[in-house]
Design a protein around this ligand. Sequence first.
Ligand SMILES: [Zn+2]
Length: 157
Amino acid sequence: MAAEGIANILHRDTLSVIVGERLMKRGEECFNAGRVTMISPGTGELRGTVRPNEAGREPYTTRIWMRDEGLAYECTCPIGIKRQFCKHAVAIALAHLADERKNIDRDFGVLREAMLTVPQDALVTGLLGLAKNDPDLATSLKRICLEALSSRAPETD
Ligand SMILES: [Zn+2]
């Protein structure tokens, strides 16, 4: 369990259930305000730094990690010191999720370019090979073809 990436359990919905709606909202505000200044994902844990709202305070150091019983957390803010889940822990989790999404988008951008560049034959052969072992993929490909054909049909002018 601990060896898994922390992003595996840190889906937005899961997080919301764990911390509750109110804390989730406060974490979102903290993240949206750009107060997460650094995150550093490790194996089964996530560390981060959050800029305090009040001037003159040291940045809060926050960490969340996986334990068998679920999610563990610590933070140097007044609430975190009392061993309660604080909005900073939520904010670094949200920052991590946003980063992951950006990475996926970038990977797909590269893949898109490659798919547009290779000869169509190569793509068709490769996809058919995969679809032979994957009925769901075969169904999806059929749907894509049907949709592409039906959206092309009305172009009469
Ligand atoms: Zn905190």
